[in-house]
Design a protein around this ligand. Structure first.
Ligand code: SAH
Ligand code: SF4
Ligand code: F3S
Length: 474
């Protein structure tokens, strides 16, 4: 059994605090003394969750490389396995614990294997309690606020051989200058903000990611110019709620201004996500219309078509507000709009659910991510009385999925015969085919030469399926 050497445990009461203080900017520094601690060891990281987590993994990999570790793509060959976890729904949570179960057996055979857990689940009190009680063999845990501390955490662990848990539950700082090992050579994630202050009643993110902190314009623009100089074609500006960008500044600079400044860098493609309907302004819509390099593809989660449920969710808009915004966005030429929908929120009746179906019939979304409500410990919605059976929730999800799928196909069919600009991503699973994404973020497969990868080409749509298009190079 492992003794715990140092512990800094998550606290929900701290995590939900929001003060008026400005966020503090820190700079990542690597202590050169640590530069060889990973020598001779291979690492494997498994990432669960959203683009934010995927991007954190890109930072973590670069830090591990700097420490002398070498990446491998099979956890059975690794000397260090790290799970970068997600708390958004119970199944993400279960997947990570399932993987820990497998790693327990691997560790029984290979005692020197180092196992770590980070990401959003590390910020949850209940998870860390369980790790300390039932998973004492997990070597280290760190949270979303202290990725930059990884060299110190690993050094402490390797020197002492004792379990190390370090999770900050604070509003959070902004750490600049972290190294990054990008997965893709042409498309990059760029964080523009961290955290979230919306506190939708079902959502764990404000607790796991802290207060909203917007990155300085200059840091963002410099990162994008650097990407451009290195041949990148596309950036996705990331945040839990990008439309609230800049609301935490003491001066006036918002997403409208930032989008315009990013557009002026000349990077060929700009995407941004996720947008919360509450903060979408006419100014932002005008900037999207004005610049050809801002992609006309908007992810606008609605969550429910019932204003009663939206109120209980703390979303701060009604069905009518959403539809007004939706119609404004539809005026952007060739725009595609995608969404997220939760079914089975506590007290959702058949009538409420039908309102969601009606909204889907009206909006005919280009894409939709649909979920059954999952109660998350510590959130207000987890305490609401919920009498709907799981069976009924599954039934609603099934009906909803059937409906959204018909619109994906209907929208895709309208593209047949059109010539679209496509950023070529790579070789498709289908033999001899390349794949890429259109400006409206639709997946398209076509025959082409490998030297087109990373380039923007024109492709004519020849066939449409529910989740993808087929085409031929023009
Ligand atoms: N910041 C984004 C969403 C991040 S989470 C936004 O506000 O739009 C991604 C999606 O997961 C959410 O849009 C929501 O549909 C879903 N989700 C979040 N918490 C959930 C929960 N407790 N149960 C089920 N789905 C949830
Ligand atoms: Fe969660 Fe709402 Fe924040 Fe999105 S806006 S991350 S759903 S609290
Ligand atoms: Fe999951 Fe955390 Fe992202 S909870 S969705 S990894 S912000």
């Amino acid at each position: 059994m492992k003794e715990v050497i140092s512990m800094l445990l998550p606290s929900y009461s701290e995590a939900r605090k929001r003060t008026k203080s400005n966020s503090i900017k820190e700079f990542y520094e690597m202590n050169p003394l640590f530069s060889k601690i990973g020598n001779g060891r291979k690492y494997y990281i498994k990432t669960y969750g959203c683009q934010m987590n995927e991007h954190d993994t890109e930072n973590i990999k670069a830090i591990l490389d700097d420490l002398g570790f070498v990446e491998c793509n099979d956890y059975l060959n690794a000397d260090l396995v790290l799970l970068n976890t997600c708390s958004i729904r119970e199944n993400a949570h279960n997947k990570a614990f399932g993987m820990l179960g497998r790693l327990k057996h691997v560790k029984q055979l290979n005692k020197s294997l180092i196992v770590g857990l980070c990401g959003c689940m590390a910020q949850e009190e209940v998870v860390v309690e369980e790790i300390m009680k039932k998973y004492k063999w997990v070597d280290f845990v760190f949270g979303t606020h202290n990725i930059h501390r990884l060299p110190y955490i690993l050094n402490d662990l390797l020197v002492s051989g004792k379990q190390k848990i370090e999770v900050y539950s604070k509003e959070g700082n902004i750490v600049e200058g972290m190294p990054v090992k990008r997965e893709n050579k042409y498309k990059a994630y760029v964080n523009i903000m961290y955290g979230c202050d919306k506190f939708c009643t079902y959502c764990i993110v404000p607790y796991t990611r802290g207060k909203q902190r917007s990155r300085c314009k200059d840091d963002i623009i410099n990162e994008i110019i650097d990407l451009l100089e290195n041949g990148y074609q596309e950036v996705t500006l990331l945040g839990q709620n990008v439309n609230a960008y800049g609301k935490d500044f003491s001066f006036s600079y918002n997403l409208e201004n930032l989008l315009e400044d990013v557009a002026k860098t000349g990077i060929p493609r700009i995407r941004f996500m996720t947008s919360h309907p509450w903060d979408f302004t006419d100014g932002m819509i005008n900037v999207i219309k004005k610049y050809d390099n801002i992609m006309p593809s908007i992810h606008l989660p609605v969550q429910s078509g019932s204003s009663k449920i939206l109120k209980l969710m703390g979303r701060r808009y009604t069905k009518e507000d959403y539809l007004i915004l939706f119609n404004k966005l539809k005026c952007i030429p060739n725009v595609s709009i995608s969404t997220d929908i939760i079914v089975g929120f506590p007290s959702e009746t058949d009538d409420d659910f039908n309102e969601t179906l009606n909204l889907v019939d009206y909006c005919k979304f280009d894409n939709a991510f649909t979920f059954i409500f999952s109660p998350r410990v510590g959130t207000p919605a987890a305490k609401l009385k919920d009498i709907t059976s799981l069976e009924e929730k599954e039934r609603r999800l099934h009906i909803l999925n059937e409906k959204v799928n018909t619109y994906f196909l209907e929208n895709n069919k309208k593209m047949i015969g059109k010539k679209l600009k496509v950023l070529v991503d790579g070789v498709s699973d289908k033999e001899n085919m390349l794949y890429g994404y259109t400006e409206t973020n639709k997946l398209i497969n076509f025959i082409g030469n490998l030297n087109l990868i990373g380039k923007i080409v024109e492709v004519e749509v020849t066939d449409a399926k529910t989740w993808s298009l087929d085409g031929k190079i023009v």
